[in-house]
Ligand binder design. Structure first.
Ligand code: PLP
Length: 400
């Protein structure tokens, strides 16, 4: 089908909840994606932090093909080998002792909130409430949306799920003011990503760990965007020398296939009994096989360390750009290969201009240009991306 026809049909038949670039992507290899006009792009967005290994990574492709030939889907009323292998692997590389699988970040957040409430109900305690943070993002289902500290996502959707209170990120006193004997858990991102790329302060997360432990309530870390090597360690919490009671993962987990997971301690796991929660597709053998191949590769190639190094390189390049164009860029923030550059204006136009230069990037919180390259990115790719970005900046400056 011709490009214009695909775009026209897309606009006719897809529910219009996204502002899409007028680009039809056809295939990808490593850090590159190709469109229907054979234009090649450097992909510094990775499908929103999903493609840690880039596109069409051979081990992942093979794992998907081999498992698809063997077993498609079986439900959770039976065991399947790749899924058990994945659960064990996730526990080996994290604090966790038990895992629940679902299909997305929002679902993993839902599972964590339900588990926290059930746990305390089982203990005979009335603790149905949660503390999360202003500027946070936890997903679009009603529970995850109610936990999200940004009104723009909630407007027109009320009534929300009751029981959520919002503290100020990186301000421990604001958490202490909200804590009470009805609080079940504190839900936090180590880096607020959708909120504009704001990393948590070291002391803040450590104190959050201390006070949640003192209160006997759960610390739930949302590592949907930060997990699996992206920040320069396997999990962002490892930068803070703390361990949560629960953690939610998704995005990069399934190496491009949909998968979410809730990882918990044995103690937290006591909250759920058979029948309390479920997901038809959760832990599907094909997705699990892809996730195992993905994580084994991350470990074998030590891509977290690589992400730390390349993140530094990217950050230096962005800082130089910020110094050269202070009228356009205010601040560079990030951790590893999540980097953002706050602009003095909305980022949407520069995102489009970057695409015209053959560079895919995203935005966060409207005025932050967001970079999420695959973890396999090299210095050479980053040099090329920065060159294209500078050309886009030159165009952007002509527009105002
Ligand atoms: C931190 C965080 N939590 C949860 C979600 C929701 O994930 P999903 O879109 O897979 O439901 C996102 C998505 O951007 C996220 O960044």
């Amino acid at each position: 089908m011709e490009t214009y026809r695909i775009i026209q049909d897309g606009d006719d038949y897809l529910l219009p909840v996204y502002n899409r670039q007028k680009i039809v992507l056809m295939r990808g290899e490593g850090v590159h994606v190709y469109d229907s006009e054979r234009v090649v792009y450097l992909d510094f967005f990775s499908g929103i932090a999903v493609n840690g290994l880039g596109q069409a990574y051979p081990e992942v492709v093979n794992a998907i093909i081999e498992e698809a030939k063997k077993l498609g889907h079986v439900s959770n009323y039976y065991y399947n080998e790749p899924n058990v292998k994945l659960a064990k692997l996730l526990c080996e590389i994290s604090f966790a002792q038990k895992v629940f699988f679902c299909n997305s970040g929002a679902e993993a957040v839902e599972a964590s909130l339900k588990l926290a409430r059930k746990y305390f109900r089982r203990q005979g305690q009335d603790r149905p409430e949660f503390i999360s943070f202003h500027r946070s993002f936890h997903g679009r289902t009603f529970g995850a949306l109610s936990a999200t500290g940004q009104v723009k996502y909630q407007e027109g959707l009320e009534p929300l799920v009751p029981g959520f209170h919002f503290a100020t990120f990186n301000n421990i006193e604001s958490v202490k003011k909200l804590l009470n004997d009805r609080t079940a858990a504190v839900l936090v991102e180590a880096v607020q990503c959708e909120g504009g790329i704001h990393p948590a302060d070291l002391k803040f997360l450590q104190e959050l760990r201390t006070i949640t432990r003192e209160e006997g309530i759960f610390l739930i870390l949302d590592e949907v965007q930060t997990g699996l090597g992206r920040t320069g360690k396997m999990w962002a919490y490892q930068h803070y020398d703390i361990e949560p009671d629960m953690m939610v993962s998704a995005k990069a987990l399934g190496a491009g296939l949909p998968m979410g997971a809730l990882l918990v301690t044995n103690q937290a796991a006591q909250g759920f009994k058979p029948g309390d929660h479920a997901s038809t597709f959760g832990g599907n053998p094909i997705v699990s096989a892809a996730a195992v191949a993905n994580i084994e590769t991350l470990i074998l190639k030590d891509l977290a360390t690589h992400a730390a190094k390349e993140g530094e390189y990217l950050r230096n390049g962005l800082s130089a750009l910020q110094k050269d164009f202070p009228q356009l860029f205010k601040e560079v923030r990030g951790m590893g290969l999540i980097q953002g550059i706050e602009m003095t204006r909305k980022a949407a136009s520069l995102v489009s201009l970057c695409a015209k230069q053959g560079l895919l990037v995203g935005s966060a919180n409207e005025n932050v240009l967001r970079f999420l390259p695959p973890l396999i990115v090299t210095d050479g790719d980053i040099d090329q991306a920065l060159g294209r970005l500078r050309k886009a900046v030159a165009e952007e400056l002509k527009t105002a």
